[in-house]
Ligand binder design. Structure first.
Ligand code: GLU
Length: 329
């Protein structure tokens, strides 16, 4: 039996616009308020963007608004160290296991000190930042990190200074994590420098359009369909996508995969990226988040599109994007 299922661009567009229409008025959730800047972002902003293999980017809503990338930056830096050190070293030095606990958990570090976590939660992300080359050189590391995000997104992110300041004066928990990791020999550069660079990468402003391009670059094996440039070796795509699939939606990741079937990573700024290998990269943005830290409207929108087009990655069918549905014979 033919298990290929053809999806036209028109069907995808229709699902995208309908997702926006359905959920635009949803008022559930609340802006993150433990970082003061985020509490004041307009809660009604909402945008959804999908980047396809040929580089076309479909958008609806506020896709040009720059918001804090927050935890989605962890995906970029994880890719960077995967590229610099190779997957086996990353498993040894950071790990790739879901903690099952909140993203900023200290308990998770205490419980798993031999194998702290994944680069997609705060502890592993601070470790990852500490590994970025050139070690010992804050300015050089920052340039490398921004360059990497630029290549993934197809254009430059911009630091939101106010967010950076706001996070820097309120990141006591992350400082505790950085020093605890130091005690376990899981920080590979200066802890304060690593914490500062981590905080800065979380404060980068990006648009939904840029993030869908980043998601598509992962979905298409490291090849950025917008810039037509290779950003990372194809073999790393399955590695980063596995990490995203196992922990990307914080402690709700299992429920998310079960219901929605797309590896996704969210950030407390209200963004979520979804990676559908070989098909598309999607990003949605809306500031109000749920208890775990996931944007309520972005989740609803991505879930709607996935269900509407029956795209769950484990459904046994192979979805294929086509220009037009062939006429029935
Ligand atoms: N900068 C945030 C923090 O470290 C990122 C959290 C997130 O988006 O999950 O608390």
């Amino acid at each position: 039996m033919d298990r290929d299922r053809r999806i036209t661009r028109e069907e995808l567009k229709a699902a995208l616009y309908e997702a926006y229409r359905r959920f635009k008025g949803n008022t559930s959730g609340k802006n993150a308020d433990y970082i003061p800047y985020l509490a004041n972002v307009d809660k009604d902003l909402f945008g959804i963007s999908i980047c396809l293999k040929d580089g076309e980017v479909l958008t609806v809503g506020d896709c040009n608004y720059r918001f804090g990338i927050e935890s989605i930056s962890k995906v970029a830096t994880a890719l960077l160290v995967l590229k610099e050190y190779g997957p086996e070293t990353i498993i040894d030095m950071i790990g790739a296991d879901a903690t099952g606990m909140p993203f900023n958990s200290i308990l998770a570090i205490l419980l798993e000190n031999e194998h702290p976590s994944t680069p997609l939660v705060n502890a592993g992300a601070i470790s990852a930042v500490s590994m970025v080359c050139p070690v010992g050189n804050s300015r050089g590391k920052w340039e490398t990190m921004v360059q990497n995000i630029t290549e993934l997104c197809g254009s430059e992110p911009q630091l939101i200074n106010e967010l950076y300041k706001s996070e820097s004066v309120s990141n006591h928990n992350n400082r505790a994590i950085a020093w605890l990791l130091k005690g376990y020999d899981r920080i590979y550069d200066d802890p304060e420098m690593s914490l500062d660079l981590y905080t800065r990468q979380c404060s980068l402003g990006v648009t939904a359009t840029q993030l869908s391009t980043m998601a598509a670059t992962i979905a298409f094996g490291g090849y950025n369909p917008v810039t037509k440039r290779r950003v990372f070796p194809a073999a790393l795509s399955e590695k980063i996508t596995s990490m995203i699939a196992s922990v990307g939606m914080y402690e709700y990741t299992g429920d998310w995969m079960f219901r929605t079937g797309i590896p996704a990573k969210s950030g407390v700024g209200g963004g979520i990226i979804g990676v559908l290998p070989g098909i598309f990269g999607i990003a949605a943005f809306a500031p109000p988040i749920d208890k775990a830290g996931n944007s309520v409207k972005a989740q609803l929108a991505i879930r709607y599109i996935m269900e509407e087009l029956r795209l769950h990655i484990f459904n046994g069918e192979r979805a294929v994007m086509v220009e037009h549905q062939p006429a029935p014979v």
